[in-house]
Design a protein around this ligand. Structure first.
Ligand SMILES: *[C@@H]1O[C@H](CO)[C@@H](O)[C@H](O)[C@H]1NC(C)=O
Ligand SMILES: *[C@@H]1O[C@H](CO)[C@@H](O)[C@H](O)[C@H]1NC(C)=O
Ligand SMILES: *[C@@H]1O[C@H](CO)[C@@H](O)[C@H](O)[C@H]1NC(C)=O
Ligand SMILES: *[C@@H]1O[C@H](CO)[C@@H](O)[C@H](O)[C@H]1NC(C)=O
Ligand SMILES: *[C@@H]1O[C@H](CO)[C@@H](O)[C@H](O)[C@H]1NC(C)=O
Ligand SMILES: *[C@@H]1O[C@H](CO)[C@@H](O)[C@H](O)[C@H]1NC(C)=O
Ligand SMILES: *[C@@H]1O[C@H](CO)[C@@H](O)[C@H](O)[C@H]1NC(C)=O
Ligand SMILES: *[C@@H]1O[C@H](CO)[C@@H](O)[C@H](O)[C@H]1NC(C)=O
Ligand SMILES: *[C@@H]1O[C@H](CO)[C@@H](O)[C@H](O)[C@H]1NC(C)=O
Ligand SMILES: *[C@@H]1O[C@H](CO)[C@@H](O)[C@H](O)[C@H]1NC(C)=O
Ligand SMILES: *[C@@H]1O[C@H](CO)[C@@H](O)[C@H](O)[C@H]1NC(C)=O
Ligand SMILES: *[C@@H]1O[C@H](CO)[C@@H](O)[C@H](O)[C@H]1NC(C)=O
Length: 593
């Protein structure tokens, strides 16, 4: 036994010492135990996915260049993966946490993500990417702060508040999955949660007694950075704070031209930072509202999240009606104009000292164009599915990136069409061939009657245009070639298009999908494979030692390595002590062997 243990200890010593020595950039460590808890956010007990017993999970708080180490212990009865919405995972789709790149973490297993956050600052979130689990929780905020030497384009806020908003069903994710598998629509959600909590009882008819609601405590005269992410299943939400202006400052890692909004539409998967000044007289508390957008308010009344903003000198409870949402159920022009008004501040610095707009995307020649069209769910091979350009994506048993690494043939095809297919819809594992260092134009054409959000992993793209109707070549004349926002999630209005430009500088295999959980689950996604023909560690990091195996590569999977899990656990705590301890052990081993 002892002779067996030595190589393992050696390995741990070496890897840890190397880790310590080359760690110019500090690492931040998180231990995430993922389990079910029983919670009743809307007054109905249900099983919710918690992290370390909390729902939502902790906010991951990092600074540009940090190494982020997250040890995940899956205590669910299902496979699990975290994905990091908007975190670019530069050079490492190995850490991206979607089924096209990573094998799942089986129940009862530990797995450790280890990646560097680079060239980004801003507000993002993480969530479970498999099996519809996000509908049961398991999400949390993810902040990347600027390094001290890089200024931010506003005064340092007096506080930093993260709000996760999203529609919510009292049915759990397995029940919702069953509904979709049965060919049915999910129907209207049962409510909207704010930080995992139900609505404040602003109306005794509409909100039952005993619901726990979120309270945000503030001081008069101070300015707070409020980061808001829509982590819900599929509902666009209008966000507003009674009597307070929302000064928009950041969208998914880009500083915006700062403008006041009384309310902002936040679509599924999107994140924003607002600077909110507590400039009211605190005659009462104030409502924080997130309500369903583009719906008949009298039917959808219950799909409204309400939290409380409480000044330290507040004179009483919030009362009266909620602040009004935009009154335009059938006219989405206001909302689209609002989206267009969100501009990049091209003179503000981003993660690096140079101004963020110094990358002049408008003058770069496009190398490839894809028109991706989605439709309402339809029958494909006898199942109710969604499609992208006529193809309903079939997740491979062997992740694409892993199949490439081990030269497994026949897992997928790099034949995604540049224009929507016109024939009958089909199921396929068909992905896009992205040219490394190319500049790709993607037109997202939404032929469904519901709003769709599109997200790309590994990248921030430039949102250069959106309009109603069908995109044509002439539509390019309307593109914003100067200060379109760079972000990872854009809305595409029903019966409308959105055009994005992507600089393909991040090697790997990257998921391009709708962020609406139901349409994503039914197949509205693909991957973009970006290959540098000259393989090297500068453009893509090697496969991590702890990579999991599955599908055609299952045979390579070793039983869970407990020693590694323990060393990583220890590493999270008192690292100096551990360093000394390890030095001693390593020295001892080298002497005695
Ligand atoms: C989900 O809900 C169903 C009832 O609809 C229940 O049988 C099942 O145990 C629940 N599963 C989880 C994981 O919460
Ligand atoms: C994040 O961590 C920094 C210190 O590294 C701290 O100053 C800041 O307040 C933290 N932010 C949040 C939102 O916890
Ligand atoms: C843009 O950023 C610059 C540089 O930080 C800042 O001075 C300016 O106020 C910002 N402009 C707007 C409109 O937000
Ligand atoms: C509560 O909501 C109901 C249903 O919309 C409405 O009829 C009633 O006027 C509301 N009550 C108050 C006090 O606003
Ligand atoms: C935004 O509104 C606040 C008041 O809430 C005001 O002080 C500020 O000047 C406004 N900023 C802009 C850029 O309009
Ligand atoms: C406080 O503000 C509210 C709403 O703006 C106003 O109705 C009220 O008169 C103000 N109270 C005081 C004491 O200024
Ligand atoms: C909203 O729904 C109510 C109740 O079903 C209905 O009476 C009303 O006409 C609807 N409003 C619109 C604008 O469709
Ligand atoms: C873009 O293409 C045009 C002609 O098609 C060419 O003149 C120009 O130099 C190219 N620009 C860049 C930046 O490559
Ligand atoms: C992908 O595109 C590159 C050129 O950008 C080409 O060399 C390569 O053969 C293509 N791969 C496939 C599988 O089509
Ligand atoms: C979908 O596309 C068809 C054919 O182009 C068009 O007639 C229809 O209006 C579109 N519907 C939506 C909601 O975009
Ligand atoms: C990449 O790095 C790994 C070790 O981290 C090394 O084994 C491999 O040879 C390197 N590959 C190249 C092409 O440099
Ligand atoms: C998984 O990690 C936990 C700490 O989070 C540790 O206590 C446990 O021993 C690990 N389990 C295995 C099987 O490695």
């Amino acid at each position: 036994m002892a002779s067996f243990a030595f190589p393992t200890v050696y390995l741990v010593c070496i890897s840890l010492l190397v880790g310590f020595c080359s760690a110019e950039d500090p690492s931040v460590n998180y231990e995430f135990v993922v389990s079910y808890i029983t919670a009743s956010p809307l007054g109905v007990p249900q099983q919710v996915i918690a992290i370390n017993g909390h729902f939502p999970g902790p906010v991951i708080n990092t600074t540009t260049n940090n190494y982020v180490v997250v040890n995940v212990r899956n205590k669910l009865d299902e496979d699990f993966l975290f994905t990091w919405a908007g975190i670019q995972q530069r050079r490492s789709s190995w850490q991206d946490g979607v089924p096209g790149t990573n094998c799942p973490i089986p129940p009862k297993w530990n797995w450790t993500y280890n990646f560097q956050v680079k060239d980004q600052v801003g507000s993002f979130f993480y969530f479970p990417s498999l099996n519809f689990q996000r509908a049961s929780g398991g999400y949390g905020g993810f902040i990347i702060n600027n390094r001290n030497i890089i200024p931010i384009p506003f005064a340092t806020p007096d506080g930093d508040i993260t709000l996760m908003i999203g529609d919510w069903y009292t049915r759990n994710h397995t029940a919702l999955r069953r509904t979709l598998n049965g060919g049915k629509d999910l129907g209207m959600p049962d409510g909207v949660l704010i930080n995992g909590k139900g609505p404040y009882q602003y109306n005794t008819t509409l909100v039952p007694d005993g619901i726990d609601y979120e309270t945000i405590n503030v001081h008069p005269g101070k300015t707070y950075r409020i980061r808001v992410s829509n982590v819900g299943v599929s509902t666009s939400l209008n966000f507003r704070i009674q009597n307070h202006n929302l000064l928009l400052a950041e969208a998914e890692g880009s500083y915006t031209v700062q403008q006041n909004y009384t309310s902002l539409d936040i679509h599924v998967g999107q994140s924003y930072s607002f600077l909110v000044t507590m400039d009211q007289n605190a005659s009462s508390d104030y409502y924080i509202v997130a309500s369903a957008r583009f719906v008949n308010e009298s039917i959808w009344q219950r799909v409204t999240g309400v939290a409380i903003l409480r000044y330290s000198n507040s004179k009483g409870k919030a009362s009266g009606p909620l602040p009004d949402p935009p009154n335009d159920q059938f006219d989405k022009t206001f909302s689209m104009n609002q989206a267009r008004s969100i501009r990049w501040n091209v003179s503000a610095s981003g993660a690096r000292p140079n101004p963020q707009g110094s990358f002049r995307y408008g003058s770069i020649n496009v190398t490839e164009v894809y028109v991706l069209k989605n439709k309402a769910p339809e029958m494909v091979d006898g199942k109710r599915r969604t499609t992208l350009s006529g193809i309903s994506f079939l997740n491979p048993r062997t992740p694409i990136r892993l199949a490439d690494q081990y030269k497994v043939k026949g897992v997928y095809k790099v034949d995604f069409p540049t224009r929507p297919l016109t024939g009958p819809p089909q199921m396929a594992t068909s992905i896009i061939n992205g040219t490394y260092r190319g500049f790709m134009e993607v037109i997202l054409q939404n032929n469904d009657t519901k709003m769709q959000s599109y997200h790309m992993n590994g990248y921030a793209f430039f949102v250069v245009g959106m309009d109603f109707g069908d995109w044509t070549e002439n539509s390019r004349g309307t593109y914003n070639k100067w200060d379109g926002i760079a972000r990872a999630t854009t809305q595409v209005f029903p019966g409308a298009w959105t055009a994005i430009l992507i600089s393909l500088d991040n090697v790997g295999v990257w998921n391009l999908r709708t962020e609406n959980l139901d349409t994503w689950y039914l197949g509205q996604e693909t991957y973009v494979k970006v290959v540098n023909s000259e393989v090297n560690n500068k453009t893509e990091l090697p496969m991590p030692d702890n990579a999991l195996f599955c599908g055609a590569l299952s045979k390579y999977q070793k039983p869970e390595d407990i020693s590694l899990a323990i060393s990583i656990t220890l590493r999270g705590k008192g690292s100096k002590l551990l360093f000394t301890l390890l030095m001693t052990i390593c020295a001892f081993i080298s002497i005695s062997s």
